[in-house]
Design a protein around this ligand. Structure first.
Ligand SMILES: [Zn+2]
Length: 352
């Protein structure tokens, strides 16, 4: 049985603290390849940097199930050296520029410390403090003489992983939670299916790795494991928030639709019925912004019926997010149970 215990939490910590901004996923890829040693001799790295692993089952009629988790995270790329330790930068992936000033970052392979500079309150006027600060006036500052970084280097938020009982706090839960879950599934691969695992690159900048991974793996169906924003805070006016898209503590979020994909209805039914039968809590992620690697996979080749199941977390794509251990455990339990129970003929006919 795949489990989330101390070893998996340690691995999550290592992965969340690693830096893998889109297009520069090497640090996380190395951890993934190390973890796969002895569990899958056939791990391959493709031309874009995806890690592909095949675990063939042993049953008679086996569906080829592609399961993905993306290795990359949102962050920054230095683009020009202004001197005095100051660097112009671009955001990589969806980030809200309003949230950047004053944040500590780590730059490049050596994780050199820096800060996204913010002018202190002493030096600003009341009027200035009402304005948004445009990205092109922000700089990543490593301080004069602060070491060797260069344009092209990536930077991540400097947040370190913390656990407080059932609560997990870190950057990059999106999608390091999925990466650990996928490693666990490979180690405990259901034998009734052919498991085609893809640890993908460049999800946050347009699902680029998943597109080529789906071409290579040529699956019958696909399951994407990701982390999804929970918009579950009380409304600012003090009213109860009835419009949350997902909520912490309610379990895995099964997607019906997001910005890029309609989940295959047969898979949605199978996953939700599995949760009910097995007594695993779950929630339907409400449609709205965002998407997953399923957006590229379902349009690959001649089409691939797809579904996403995510762990809800607050403050996605910011310097620090909050997730709950039980939501993660229940997500992995649901995915594993749904794969074990997957009817080989689930795609044989289409609901009328
Ligand atoms: Zn994600």
């Amino acid at each position: 049985m795949p489990t989330i215990g101390n070893a998996q939490l340690k691995l999550l910590e290592k992965l969340c603290n690693a830096s893998a901004v889109s297009g520069d996923e090497g640090e996380v890829r190395k951890i993934v390849l190390d973890e796969l040693k002895g569990h899958a001799g056939d791990a391959k790295v493709d031309a874009l940097g995806n890690v592909l692993v095949t675990r063939l089952g042993s049953g008679k009629k086996r569906l080829k199930v592609m399961i993905t988790a993306h290795m990359d995270e949102v962050g920054f790329m230095l683009v020009a050296d202004d001197g005095e330790g100051l660097f112009r930068f671009e955001t990589i992936g969806g980030l809200d520029v309003r949230q950047l000033p004053g944040k500590a970052v780590l730059i490049g392979k050596d994780h050199l410390p820096g800060v996204i500079g913010a002018r202190p309150i002493h030096l600003t006027t009341v009027e200035e403090r009402k304005q948004n600060i445009p990205l092109d006036t922000l700089r990543i500052d490593i301080g004069p003489g602060g070491g060797k970084v260069k344009p092209g280097d990536r930077a991540t938020f400097a947040t370190r992983f913390q656990r407080n009982g059932p609560v997990l706090i870190a950057k990059a839960f999106d999608d390091r939670l999925g990466v650990v879950s996928l490693l666990e599934l490979i180690r405990n691969a259901p034998t009734n299916i052919d498991l085609l695992a893809a640890f993908t690159v460049q999800e946050e900048i347009g699902l680029r790795g998943a597109k080529v991974a789906a071409f290579t793996l040529d699956p019958d169906l696909a399951l994407v494991m990701d982390a999804t924003p929970a918009n579950d805070l009380p409304d600012w006016d003090g009213e109860e928030n009835n419009s949350f898209n997902t909520k912490l503590g309610l379990g895995p979020a099964i997607y019906i639709a997001d910005s890029y994909t309609f989940s295959d209805a047969r898979l949605v039914r199978h996953f939700s019925e599995t949760a009910q039968t097995e007594g695993i809590p779950f929630q339907f992620r409400q449609p709205g912004g965002g998407g997953t690697d399923a957006g590229a996979i379902h349009k690959a080749r001649a089409g691939v019926p797809s579904i996403s199941v995510s762990v809800p977390h607050r403050y996605s794509h910011t310097a620090v997010s909050i997730a709950r251990l039980d939501d993660w455990k229940n997500t992995l339990a649901l995915v594993h149970a749904a794969l074990l129970r997957l009817p080989p003929d689930i795609l044989a006919s289409r609901p009328a």
